[in-house]
Design a protein around this ligand. Structure first.
Ligand code: CP
Length: 354
């Protein structure tokens, strides 16, 4: 089978994306029609970082499609603890399985894995970079709950710097017409420049602001996020950010009646429990939609197949991002895209002037 990885949702055309979303809805309506489509196939889930939703929804998705699952959820219980490289682990596991789902703390790890895998790699989160299958989940949620992916004013609130889900979501939603974004964060946790550069290139409107109260009345969608404690270098910096934004019923008084509140979960304290009962809160449904989104993605990979994005060029350069996988797995080739006088690391998307 040709290698059809999913590293970034931008690897898919809008037509492919829409087909996967439609399939997720069909599976939701008639799951029995799909319960054998992965019979005889094995999926490996390699989770180098903790996870509840992504790991278990992928595993459940595969089991519900009639396939089987192997993997680890703690690399300390694997030969990673003896110093095995990502490259070698992927070579071995891709010989045992038909599909690898990879979560890793370093940015670009899924892209790196795809260079050495004999089977498709699905990015289940690479450090603070991207989380494409969470975004598929979010798109299915919006289709089900808002009935459209276009013409929406979308507020994203919290840790926009380190939250990989918001990076992937903005990159996907700016491809649909008429969407605009309000980035609600402290100055320290603003959306990365490469995401804003993309919006500028597409003339997609966005505004950065500090106040959730100021933004809330105009929103169609509010995407709350957790402050990503594990990405901070000091406890002090984390504590300074931790309780800045908390969504309460009081704050929702000014919001539209048909606002939809999403959160990739887990939450810490950025949404008060009292909001859970509000009809606008859809974050627990969102986690269930994630299972159907992943079932549709897996089924699509093994049926009609997905077009593969163009490979990055090889340039004589090294990524300067210390959280990039290429900074710690030194055998990796330098891979960069070139555009508009900048080069962008193909692993972690860090951009710099040529
Ligand atoms: N949304 C999400 O990625 O959750 P987990 O970390 O529990 O997988």
């Amino acid at each position: 089978m040709a290698q059809r990885h999913l590293i970034d949702l931008s690897d898919l055309s809008l037509q492919e994306l829409d087909a996967i979303i439609s399939l997720a809805v069909k599976i939701m309506e008639n799951p029995q029609d799909y319960d054998q489509v992965m019979k005889g196939r094995i999926m490996a889930t390699l989770f180098y970082e903790p996870s509840t939703r992504t790991q278990l929804s992928f595993q459940t998705a595969m089991l519900r499609l009639g396939g089987q699952v192997i993997g680890f959820s703690n690399p300390e219980n694997s030969s990673v603890s003896k110093g095995e490289t990502l490259k070698d682990t992927i070579r071995i596991v891709s010989g045992y399985s038909d599909l690898i789902v990879l979560r890793h703390p370093l940015e670009g790890a899924a892209k790196a894995a795809s260079l050495y895998s004999g089977c498709p790699i699905l990015n289940a989160g690479d450090g603070g970079h991207l989380h494409p299958t969470q975004t598929l989940t979010d798109l299915v949620t919006l289709v089900q709950e808002k009935k459209t992916l276009s013409g929406l004013t979308i507020g994203l609130c919290g840790d926009l710097k380190n939250g990989r889900t918001v990076h992937s979501l903005v990159k996907a939603m700016c491809r649909y017409p008429g969407n605009r974004f309000l980035f609600i964060s402290t100055p320290q946790l603003r959306m990365p420049q490469y995401v804003k550069d993309l919006l500028d290139t597409l003339n997609c409107p966005y505004r950065e602001l500090d106040s959730l109260e100021e933004a809330i009345a105009g929103l169609d969608v509010l995407y709350m996020t957790r402050i990503q404690k594990e990405r901070f270098t000091s406890e002090e910096e984390y504590l300074a950010q931790k309780d800045v934004y908390t969504l309460t019923l009081d704050k929702l008084e000014k919001a539209k009646y048909d606002l939809k509140i999403l959160h990739p979960l887990p939450r810490v304290d950025e949404i008060a429990d009292e909001v859970d009962g509000d009809s606008r809160a859809v974050y627990f449904k969102q986690a269930i939609y994630g299972m159907y989104a992943r079932m549709a993605l897996i089924a699509t990979l093994f049926s009609s197949g997905l077009r593969q994005g163009a490979p990055a060029g090889e340039l004589h350069a090294h990524c300067k991002n210390p959280r990039c996988i290429s900074a710690s797995e030194h055998y990796l080739p330098a891979l960069f895209h070139e555009s508009g006088g900048m080069i962008e690391c193909a692993y972690c998307s860090q951009r710099e002037l040529i």
